[in-house]
Ligand binder design. Structure first.
Ligand code: GAL
Length: 666
């Protein structure tokens, strides 16, 4: 199993490199990622390439048996290039050009930048094509981190072409967008705009709202996402001409500005950057597991963690320090959800630059301490368990569907204050996880027939094609869950004239008579299969046609009306959830639905904060159990197992240490 660190030899004196390499080996690391921000060293002047320092670094590292992920350096175009071609900079929607001094300061659609990209990537690939230490390539770094939406002239021209390719004629575009509204009709392609600042935009405090035609805005989001995909492809095609080593890009988990399913198509494998405790917030363990499951769901294949938090971190201020045991626990959690490799960010905290406060395995002084020793231990355990871990399948029978198009649609018109698509997805994920059910988080394009349950919250934009596929899935015996704000729009972001829930009306066997957006602090009460529950965002007032009622409202003018229903359709069932729910009633609802769908928990009666995942490796089935609590917990096993980490036998009622982990084989 690859187990390593993100290393920046260029940040340290040459004489330290040997020390680092041998300390890495001592820590059981066997891989480093290199060079993703080092363009100014690779090409200090236009056309003058210098890879000697990288050759040297790889020589030093490989002498200790370390392998390399080589990166293209395009996330940080150098000063000479930006001075020569300032039109490479992104432009924000107020028309302001962004400047030099941080990173990712380029537009994907700049033809000049694409030419320079071709040159540096070609030079790099040519130079390193035969280097045996390189086992994989990473393109750029975190597309979209900071901002991927640009409003420059190149983007305007690119968007016109994108629309022409999509709609064929301007008349068709006008019809599909409904530009007759507010006299926005375009007479020809030249007149087309991008959704920059307009009269109606509101800016209050830090938030601003863009009020363009929703179809235009959605297409612009799609175009911006496609621009990143296309730019990545440019680099992949070059590298593939020189080497067949696998190519990846480091994604950002729940980040939703780029369609990761599309970005993932051109990659050989997915990798992602997993930060849990930062000054910008702390991810709950379910949120992190869900991000891992999504990363696995992009290609429905195992993935790497390319940056795994290894210390306290922040830019100007710091998040909490990972407690003893957490670095190890987080690494096992990643593996349990499908990581075939873990690379820690970063080897050592840097003494200069924006990320001086971003601690790595080592502090600034370079001395091994608690975190180093914990990673060393984890590495030695992983080494022994390689066969059990790498390539193992994480067993799931249910899927949560995430759609980037829907995420953008909800972002453009968010229905009611507080509506957050990703939060709603997380609530469903947690509702199932709280009942011990493992999930794939994946695209609606995935073959759904293998799942007993498919959960599609707030799937607002719909197509006839998807409707047909879902009808077939349910007819053949699948269970489908849909919610409020599902099926109300076509794929171009226009409202359907079908009675709500629009595209899902037949499947769900209900009509939505009316709805209530719960503005401000208003809540509504629900009762039924959920127990007594509370909605705080939205209530669809449901008129069942063929569906049975599972819960009703117990407050407000719609008291007594159906809130949640189940409809038999073919051999399967469709659950319609008309309102949002609090944690407790969501758990109760998902318990009922899991039972209806025939889903069994991985381990019954798990205490809060303990997670169990079933995996299969070369025919061997095993359970990974992780205690995310800072206190000991007790789990119930049915019989005797061997913990593959310690070799000890465990049976029936077992204590699991704070931040403890088991890998149990019967
Ligand atoms: C990631 C990024 C790294 C580093 C790290 C800490 O998002 O890929 O380059 O910046 O965060 O901020």
């Amino acid at each position: 199993m690859y187990f390593g660190a993100d290393y920046y030899p260029e940040h340290w004196p040459r004489e330290r490199w040997e020390v680092d390499a041998s300390m890495m080996k001592e820590a059981n690391l066997n891989i480093v990622r290199l060079a993703e921000f080092s363009w100014s060293l690779m090409e200090p002047q236009e056309g003058v390439y210098n890879f000697a320092w990288l050759d040297d670094a790889i020589r030093v590292l490989s002498a200790q048996g370390l392998k390399v992920v080589m990166c293209t350096p395009t996330a940080t175009p150098p000063k000479w290039l930006m001075d020569k071609h300032p039109d490479i900079y992104q432009v924000d929607r107020f028309g302001r050009q962004r400047g030099f001094g941080s990173r990712r300061h380029y537009c994907f659609n700049s033809s000049v930048y694409r030419e320079y990209t071709e040159k540096i990537v070609t030079a790099l690939a040519e130079h390193f094509k035969d280097n045996e230490s390189i086992v994989a390539w990473q393109i750029d770094n975190e597309f979209g981190c900071h901002d991927n939406i640009c409003y420059c002239d190149n983007c305007l021209e690119g968007f016109k072409k994108w629309c022409r390719d999509k709609y064929g004629s301007i008349e068709n575009l006008n019809a599909e967008w409904g530009t007759i509204f507010w006299s926005q009709t375009y007479r020809n392609w030249d007149e087309l705009i991008i959704p920059a600042y307009t009269e109606c935009d509101t800016i209050s405090g830090m938030t601003s709202r863009n009020t363009h035609n929703p179809s235009l805005m959605l297409d612009f989001r799609r175009f911006s996402s496609d621009s990143a995909v296309d730019y990545q492809k440019l680099q992949i095609d070059i590298i593939k001409r020189y080497t067949d080593k696998p190519i990846t890009h480091n994604l950002m988990g729940h980040f939703s500005d780029i369609d990761y399913y599309n970005l993932g198509k051109d990659l050989d494998f997915i990798s992602w950057d997993n930060y849990i405790r930062t000054p910008w917030g702390e991810a709950g363990y379910k949120e992190t597991s869900m991000a891992h499951d999504l990363m696995r769901g992009i290609k429905n294949k195992n993935f790497w963690v390319m940056e795994q938090q290894s210390g306290p971190c922040g830019w100007n201020n710091l998040g909490s320090t990972p407690a003893p045991g957490q670095l190890r626990l987080w690494s096992y959690q990643a593996v349990a959800h499908g990581a075939d490799a873990i690379v820690y960010f970063r080897w050592r905290a840097c003494t200069f630059g924006t990320e001086q406060y971003w601690y790595g395995i080592l502090d600034h002084d370079g001395k091994p301490r608690r975190r180093y020793r914990e990673i060393q231990q984890t590495g030695s355990e992983f080494e022994k368990l390689t066969d059990l871990f790498v390539g193992a399948e994480t067993v799931t029978e249910a899927a949560l569907i995430k759609s980037y198009d829907n995420s953008w649609c909800h972002g453009i018109q968010y229905h009611v204050t507080g509506f957050d698509y990703n939060k709603i997805l997380t609530q469903y994920y947690s509702g199932l996880a709280d009942n011990g059910i493992s999930l794939d988080v994946t695209s609606a394009d995935t073959d759904l027939s293998k799942y007993k349950l498919v959960v599609m919250p707030a799937f607002n934009l719909m197509s006839d094609d998807l409707k047909e596929r879902l009808e077939k899935y349910v007819t053949d015996g699948g269970n489908l869950l849909v919610t409020f704000r599902s099926g109300t729009k076509d794929w171009n972001n226009k409202m359907s004239t079908d009675t709500l829930p629009g595209y899902f009306k037949n499947l769900a066997g209900v009509e939505v008579e009316e709805f209530d957006a719960l503005y401000g602090d208003r809540t509504a009460e629900v009762d039924g299969i959920t127990g007594k529950g509370t909605a705080s965002l939205w209530c669809d007032v449901i008129k069942p046609e063929t569906a049975k009622v599972l819960a009703t409202y117990s407050s407000d003018f719609y008291k007594g009306a159906a809130a949640i229903t189940a409809n038999e359709f073919g051999k399967g069932k469709v659950f319609y959830v008309g309102c949002d729910l609090d944690t407790c009633s969501m758990k109760a609802l998902m318990k009922f639905i899991a039972q209806e769908a025939g889903l069994l928990p991985v381990l019954a009666d798990l205490p809060e904060g303990v997670e169990a995942v079933r995996r299969i490796s070369k025919g061997i089935e095993y359970l990974m159990v992780m205690n995310h609590n800072e206190t000991e917990a007790q789990i119930k096993l049915d019989g005797e197992f061997t913990d593959m980490i310690t070799g000890e036998k465990v049976r029936n009622d077992v204590k699991i240490q704070p931040y403890g982990v088991f890998a149990l084989v019967r």
